[in-house]
Design a protein around this ligand. Structure first.
Ligand code: FES
Length: 67
């Protein structure tokens, strides 16, 4: 069975690794790679992908799972 991992990077994007399909609101698929970085800060010029703008904007978020 395919496995997908979504890793929350401290002060940065969501890293999506594994087998997945990323679609827009109309169900059209984006071209993707084995690992992609999705913008979490809202400042990327290439949404839904991260372009590094989170660093320039000083985005700060480092959530931790309990347990
Ligand atoms: S998380 Fe990297 S540009 Fe938004």
């Amino acid at each position: 069975m395919a496995e997908t991992t979504i890793e929350i990077r401290d002060n940065g994007p969501y890293l999506v690794k594994g087998s997945y399909t990323l679609v827009d609101a109309e169900g059209k698929a984006f071209e993707t790679k084995d690992t992609i970085a999705l913008c979490r800060c809202g400042h990327s010029a290439t949404k839904p992908f991260c372009d590094g703008a989170h660093k320039r904007e000083g985005f700060a978020s480092a959530p931790r799972a309990e347990g």
